[in-house]
Design a protein around this ligand. Sequence first.
Ligand SMILES: [Zn+2]
Length: 51
Amino acid sequence: MCSVGGPTDIDLPPDRVTAKDYRCKECGERFKGIGKRPMCPSCQSEDVTEL
Ligand SMILES: [Zn+2]
C-alpha cells in the first residue's frame, strides 16, 4: 500500500464551541449551555436567557 503523502483529514470539530452561562426562565436554574438552543438540565425547558 502506497501512502498518498498527506495526512487524511481527521474530523475535528471547529474550535468555537464555547459554553456560555444561561439561566432558565422556568425554574431559575443556572447552567452552562452549548449551541444555539441550550436546554435547562433541570426542567428541560428551552426558555432560557443568556447571562
Ligand atoms: Zn429549568
